[in-house]
Design a protein around this ligand. Structure first.
Ligand code: ADE
Length: 344
């Protein structure tokens, strides 16, 4: 056991109130902020730091962490302030502090050059709503991805001192950095997709807003499009947070107990099944005792019981997952006894 073994043990109150840096609602307030606060600074503000996120070798865990990889995420958004809370707590915060994960928040609006810093416009062909313009998004992503991981535009350069950018020709983009648009039209996010993405050293996430993004963002920039479910959010920011959370859990060293993510529902350790019930103290709560088998000390029986519970829970809640699960003869017999009909 070490001090990272439980989530609570690593918790520290976040010392700074992000709201103190200004709200994210009104355009005026956001524009006023952008001149003072770099979007990337929000990460260290959320961590309660004023300095840089430590490199792996300087982190609390020292040498043990040095051998671990570091994964970088660039997030392109009109609302960087939204990320401060979720990234300043729990597993993500710890991964940032330990240098396993680094995140740079890029405000798309910083990459506009017109007087009003406009990022959206009315749709060609009419219809309601607004569409995000392609130029600020392409300029932001092409500029950032031309730089090493960790770079962010200095706050004082927003709008006024942008690095040169060729509006007429596509930039060469790094082949090993997926450029992901979060949108309800994307492929569904699954644990497999999460593993696929986190295998890259760096990932760029673009958060759409309004009614959508100009199609040329897809045709000229985006290499992947991901949806977190068949419902419509107000923008891709919450989806990006979900994705970063799921990726962080897979970074070696991020959970403190190495088999943790492997044994999560939907993960290889559970063979594509949901996890079964878990219990902790007290033994009996409001007259409901834990299953006796868990205190039997018989590991093989406990493992078998857990497997059966995972199978039954999956049958009850997500029978569709059984079609892709690795099932033994014994598993199939148990499921059949509970009414499951194996797909032909
Ligand atoms: N943006 C809006 N809705 C979304 C969804 N369901 N998934 C990902 N991004 C989104």
């Amino acid at each position: 056991m070490n001090r990272f073994d439980t989530e609570d043990a690593a918790e520290q109150p976040v010392g700074r109130d992000l709201d103190a840096q200004g709200g994210d609602g009104a355009l005026g307030a956001e524009l006023a902020d952008a001149g003072q606060t770099s979007a990337a600074d929000l990460i260290s503000a959320a961590l309660g730091n004023t300095g840089e996120t430590p490199a792996a070798g300087e982190s609390a865990a020292g040498d043990a962490v040095e051998a671990l990889r570091s994964f970088h995420v660039d997030i392109f958004t009109l609302f960087p302030q939204m990320f401060g809370g979720p990234f300043g707590e729990s597993i993500i915060k710890r991964a940032l502090v330990r240098g396993l994960l680094s995140v740079a928040l890029h405000n798309i609006r910083d990459y506009t050059t017109d007087r009003h810093h406009v990022c959206d416009d009315t749709p060609y062909g009419g219809g309601g709503g607004m569409v995000m313009k392609p130029e600020p998004i392409l300029r932001a992503v092409e500029t950032v991805l031309a730089q090493p991981a960790g770079w962010a535009l200095p706050a004082s350069d927003a709008w006024v001192a942008l690095p040169p950018w060729n509006e007429h020709e596509a930039a060469q983009l790094p082949a090993d950095t997926p450029i992901v648009l979060l949108s309800p039209q994307g492929r569904p996010l699954t644990q497999r997709v999460v593993s696929e993405l986190v295998a890259h050293p760096r990932v760029a996430l673009i958060c759409g807003r309004y009614e959508g993004v100009d199609e040329r963002v897809r045709t000229q920039l985006v290499t992947d499009e991901i949806s977190i479910g068949d419902y419509v959010l107000s923008g891709g920011e919450l989806a990006a947070m979900v994705l970063v959370d799921a990726m962080t859990r897979l970074l070696p060293g991020a959970l403190g107990y190495e088999l943790g993510a492997h044994q999560d529902s939907h993960s290889p350790g559970t063979g594509g099944l949901l996890e079964g019930p878990q219990y902790t103290r007290p033994f009996s709560f409001r007259g409901e005792a834990i299953p006796e088998i868990l205190i039997s000390g018989h590991h093989a029986n406990v493992d078998r019981w857990r497997r059966e519970q995972a199978l039954l829970r999956t049958l009850l809640s997500r029978p569709d997952l059984l079609a892709g699960a690795e099932l033994s003869k014994r598993d199939r017999a148990l499921l059949a006894a509970h009414g499951w009909q194996a797909p032909l």
